[in-house]
Design a protein around this ligand. Structure first.
Ligand code: F6R
Length: 260
């Protein structure tokens, strides 16, 4: 796990975009994994800038999103399909038909979940997955207690997660109770993972996922077992890391050949 501590949100976005750019330059038809929420926004803004400047193209890329609410009406602005359209698909040059997410209104959600797993496999697997982390350590919507080997399935949100996400809705009661999410096993199959976190409210989760025991109580801690993870955070999110100085030193002295 490489931990990159940045001065501010903008540099978090740039560092994450560097990983995306290096993957797409090497493999123009890469499969990218997208997250919603606030954390990846600086990445999507930077990818838009780099696309506009002709430095990067998603023309041949495909994308899969992590998760979706269950039961929000199609077209609701907070469905993750609409969010990803707004923050990513319409801002870069990716073919909209090549961006797929789980359907939270599918008539049979178990079939939808296994179809989604199959679609990711058929696309060749995810080359680079961006993640945020919940204040409780969740990744995707794999809440504490989730099986560390789980695949795409339906989960129930914890009250704290509904409260954290209420800022996107007019009324807290509008936040759905259920979601369909890639499992931890699905996320672990991505070839590379970039986890972004900013702000002091994420400091506890970041410390537990990077330096705590691997445990279902902190689903993000499973990433300690993944061979290629970059955790890109700002100073506030790094404030509870025991080895923060070591991570800074390592990154500052990173040899050019040791790229991710
Ligand atoms: C979003 C997702 C969640 C968020 C997490 C952090 O698709 O799967 O795990 O990444 O809840 O959310 P933000 O970034 O809004 O703090």
């Amino acid at each position: 796990m490489e931990i990159v501590i940045c001065a501010d949100q903008e540099s978090v976005g740039q560092a994450a975009a560097d990983t995306f750019e290096s993957v797409i330059r090497r493999k123009p038809n890469a499969v990218v994994g997208l997250a919603t929420g606030s954390s990846p926004l600086p990445l999507y803004e930077e990818l838009e800038r780099r696309t506009l400047h002709g430095r990067l193209t998603f023309r041949n890329a495909r994308a899969f999103t992590l998760d979706e609410y269950i039961g929000l009406p199609e077209g609701h602005p907070e469905t993750y399909k609409e969010v990803i359209d707004r923050v990513f698909t319409t801002r870069v040059d990716i073919e909209p038909a090549n961006v797929r997410g789980p359907n939270g209104n599918a008539p049979d959600l178990e079939i939808e979940a296994s179809d989604y797993e199959r679609a990711i496999l058929a696309a060749g697997g995810i080359d680079v997955q961006v993640l945020g982390v919940g204040t409780n350590g969740h990744i995707g919507f794999n809440e504490p207690g989730s099986s560390l080997g789980s695949r795409t399935r339906v989960k129930t949100l914890l009250p704290q997660t509904r409260l954290d996400n209420a800022r996107f809705f007019t009324d807290q009661e509008e936040v759905p109770h259920h979601v369909i999410t890639q499992g931890i096993g699905t996320i672990m199959d991505a070839r590379r993972v970039v986890l972004m976190a900013t702000g002091e409210q994420k400091a506890g989760a970041v410390a537990r996922l990077a330096e705590g025991s691997v445990s279902a109580m902190c689903p993000g801690s499973m990433l300690q077992l993944h061979p290629r993870v970059r955790v890109i955070i700002d100073e506030a999110a790094a404030s509870q890391l025991a080895l923060a100085d070591y991570y800074r030193y390592t990154y500052q002295n990173k040899p050019a050949w040791q790229h991710l």
